[in-house]
Design a protein around this ligand. Structure first.
Ligand SMILES: Cc1cc2nc3c(=O)[nH]c(=O)nc-3n(C[C@H](O)[C@H](O)[C@H](O)COP(=O)(O)O)c2cc1C
Length: 164
């Protein structure tokens, strides 16, 4: 397939997948494609052995933070997005030393703060700085500081008890 064909989503026929599992119960069947939330994954997991989430998790990686508690009866490994980033930094530093360009790593975390205050700053700072020569893990640290600064600004209040 060409890259363009590869990006096109074919018709999704989940009931076919469920049927394969019913007809061949000894096969391990993992459903993949178009699953955009953990609720949707849970609904599919009733019928099959596993569910994959691709693009949705790429857009909003933090959706995976509660997978362990929700699906595997384990405690979740990370308490916050910030903790996830701090845990990523030593890896990034090592890779940079080995010549891996920073943007090859930041591209996977651009969506980490989506839906949070500071998400735009986070994305912009990483996008604008990760490609400069000698860009290292410090770029991510400064993006984190920007997010924290924005989150610290008192939110605008709508008057109705809802924060925007
Ligand atoms: C960032 C990203 C990288 C992917 N890399 C691969 C890959 O290396 N090999 C592959 O077979 N599919 C790859 N896929 C495709 C996914 O496995 C999945 O089939 C596809 O994204 C459809 O599922 P979705 O609707 O949940 O995104 C990738 C998808 C994304 C979003």
């Amino acid at each position: 397939m060409s890259p363009k064909q590869n990006r096109e989503v074919p018709p999704l026929r989940y009931e076919f997948v469920h049927r394969i599992k019913r007809d061949f119960p000894d096969l391990e069947v993992i459903l993949n494609g178009g699953v955009t939330s953990l609720d949707a994954a849970a609904a599919q997991a009733i019928h099959v052995d596993g569910v994959m989430i691709g693009r949705a998790a790429y857009r909003d990686p933090w959706m995976l933070a509660v997978v362990d508690s929700r699906f595997f009866g384990a405690s979740d490994p990370l308490a916050s997005r910030r903790e996830a980033v701090l845990g990523y930094l030593p890896y990034v530093a090592r890779q940079c030393e080995e010549g891996v360009p920073l943007h090859a790593m930041t591209r996977h975390i651009l969506g980490l703060f989506n839906g949070q205050r500071g998400a735009k700053r986070w994305r912009r700072h990483l996008s604008e700085n990760a490609r400069s020569t000698n860009a290292g893990a410090k770029v991510i640290e400064s993006a984190l500081t920007l997010v924290a600064a924005e989150a610290a600004i008192p939110p605008r209040h709508t008057g109705g008890g809802v924060y925007l």
